[in-house]
Design a binder for this molecule. Sequence first.
Ligand SMILES: C[S@@+](CC[C@H](N)C(=O)[O-])C[C@H]1O[C@@H](n2cnc3c(N)ncnc32)[C@H](O)[C@@H]1O
Length: 285
Amino acid sequence: MNQQYSQEIIEGQRKDWNRVAGGWEKWDRFFDEQMAFLNHRLVADARLRSGMQVLDLGSGTGYPALLGARTVGSSGSVTGLDLAEQMLAVARRKATALELANVTFRTGDATTLPFEANSFDAVTSRFCLMFLPEIPKATAEIARVLRPGGWVAAAVWSSPDKNPSIGLSMEAIKKVVELPPPDPTAPGIFRLAKPGDLVGMMQQDGLIDVTEQEFLAEWSYASADEYYTSLMEIAAPIQNLMAKLSAPQIQEVRRLITQAVTQYQRGNRITFPLAVRMVAARKPL
Ligand SMILES: C[S@@+](CC[C@H](N)C(=O)[O-])C[C@H]1O[C@@H](n2cnc3c(N)ncnc32)[C@H](O)[C@@H]1O
């Protein structure tokens, strides 16, 4: 891949996620309440236990790094790495509030890890790998920094039809402006949605005991307004699309989204299904 293109993507990601860091801090409690099960799943799939040294890639505001730190305890440590300094600043504030002294956050790119080979007992990553321009480079780096026998566990979004909380907003935007047909190989929310994609990359790197599961669950919002506002404040890729619209077009997208979410009204909440691809693998002994 063209290195300049790759660097441009990475720079774009850094800017995007720094821009939405305030939104992530604002909605942090909501995510914790609605999606903590994914952190627990990653901690289990990576087989974290007391005393381990763990790397979390694309930690953002600390998921699942903070749960990892609690799990490995004071004799272990977690290093959370992310491109976006502003996201990490939120993660650090949370670590301080939780009195977790065994987690450190540092900026860096998941495709060129600033660590020696065999430095970590386990690697975790939630909703990061699909944003990388060169995912196989990152999986090769994961295989390099893992100690023999160590596990990697990653969560990435499955397809948009199974994730209407993301898919329906994109559909609404498409009704208002013409978007270029998505390039399935371009970095983005659904880049690793296809079964076997991430698994294949891990196998290429010599990782073994690779498993993949499409993990189905639900999450819910108090109202269509809460859904719309949070989406616009945290979803950097959706914000980028919305930035191309005029004020009347934004109003129309909002109307279409608010209308579309009514089909997910259950009782007094909006409840969406979600589907996450959970991939785990181990470095041979
Ligand atoms: C959707 S957020 C997920 C954050 C967190 N893991 C979570 O689940 O809440 C994606 C994160 O991946 C980070 N990211 C994107 N590309 C990256 C790269 N090349 N190296 C490291 N982090 C990256 C972004 O900065 C952002 O914080």
